[in-house]
Design a protein around this ligand. Structure first.
Ligand code: DAH
Length: 338
């Protein structure tokens, strides 16, 4: 009997020694010490022993059991430590690993917007931003575009309700500032605008910058000087500007401004469609009716305003052929414009 116990203890010790992970060890524990385990089975043999033999046998069995339990505990501690070490090893992050694919670059639209803003900050303008969801009043009516005015056809509007819409231009910021601040006013307003329009040069969402100057004695000459300086700062010192008569409801007179093509220097190329000129913005002297609408006396004050597309400037500056490239955000495209 005692020999059988010794054999089982030895078998168990070997099994414990060879166990390679904690789940194997748990199985061994059940196999030997569990309710129906091999070692537990020995106790059933006790009933065949004489009452005198039982105490020494019981003691021997208990010692064997304690030995196995201790071996299991030791092995368990060792295996757990090993498993922990392996886990830590496999989860380490190599902070020295060189992976430049994760480094982003500034979006071309942001680059161009920042450049535009910086030029105007240098000319003493202040930056104002406003809501993209706008009222019909600010987007159209205060700017001299009443309901049913044909000029509304110039801008395909996304209406949210009869009187609330996605702003079609940044010009409502003119009205927002004029109705709340006193002249002198000298602001630029960058921001997103929306129109139901979609082709190679138009996107339903795009970016504009609005400019407004209101003071005493402001004229078209100031507008021309200001925009000519801007064009030279933006597209290079050699850049020339050309002002053509145009129509906007909020300015009178209105102009469209072209810059000499920066690609061919004005000789004519694909970018300027052979004309040597590229149209970049709309502008004009603020219509006295707009001043009156916004609570500014046109007898005392006058001003000029302008508005242009940031996307268009980016396309011209970087030779980007399709406006959608700037909204698809393919990093292979974006990272070219660092
Ligand atoms: N809001 C015009 C547009 O989106 C651009 C514009 C033209 C703005 C003339 C002006 C301006 O402030 O005076 O087409």
């Amino acid at each position: 009997m005692f020999d059988i116990i010794k054999q089982i203890v030895e078998k168990c010790r070997l099994a414990i020694e060879e166990a390679t992970d904690t789940s194997i060890l748990a199985d061994i524990k059940v196999r030997f010490l569990g309710k129906n385990g091999e070692y537990t089975g020995i106790l059933r043999g006790m009933k065949n022993l004489s009452p005198e033999e039982r105490p020494s046998f019981g003691k021997f069995v208990n010692e064997g059991r304690a030995f196995i339990e201790q071996k299991i505990a030791e092995k368990e501690a060792q295996l757990k430590a090993e498993e922990q070490r392996k886990k830590l090893e496999s989860e380490t992050i190599d902070v020295t690993l060189d992976d430049d694919s994760a480094i982003g670059s500034i979006h071309p639209l942001t680059l161009v917007k920042d450049e535009i803003v910086n030029i105007f900050l240098g000319l003493g303008f202040e930056v104002k931003e406003g809501p993209e969801i706008e009222t019909d009043m600010f987007n159209f009516q205060l700017l001299n575009v009443p309901k049913d005015h044909p000029a509304r056809d110039m801008q395909d509007t996304f209406y949210l309700t009869d009187n609330i819409l996605l702003r079609t231009h940044t010009s409502p910021m003119q009205a927002r500032v004029m109705t709340t601040e006193k002249p002198p006013i000298r602001i630029i307003c960058p921001g997103k605008v929306y129109r139901s329009d979609d082709d190679a040069t138009h996107s339903p969402i795009f970016n504009q910058v609005e400019g407004l100057v209101i003071d005493k004695g402001v004229s078209l000459s100031h507008l021309k000087g200001c925009l000519d300086m801007f064009a030279k700062a933006m597209f290079g010192k050699e850049t020339k500007t050309r002002f053509r008569p145009s129509y906007f409801p909020f300015t009178e007179p209105s102009v469209e401004v072209d810059v000499s093509c920066s690609m061919c220097g004005g000789k004519g190329c694909k970018l300027c469609k052979g004309t040597g000129w590229i149209e970049v913005l709309g502008a004009g002297v603020v219509n006295p009716d707009v001043l009156t609408n916004c609570g500014i006396d046109p007898e005392e004050y006058s001003g000029f305003a302008f508005g242009f597309g940031v996307d268009r400037m980016a396309m011209i500056k970087y030779g980007i052929p399709h406006i959608r490239l700037m909204y698809e955000n393919d990093v292979r495209v974006l990272k070219q414009y660092k």
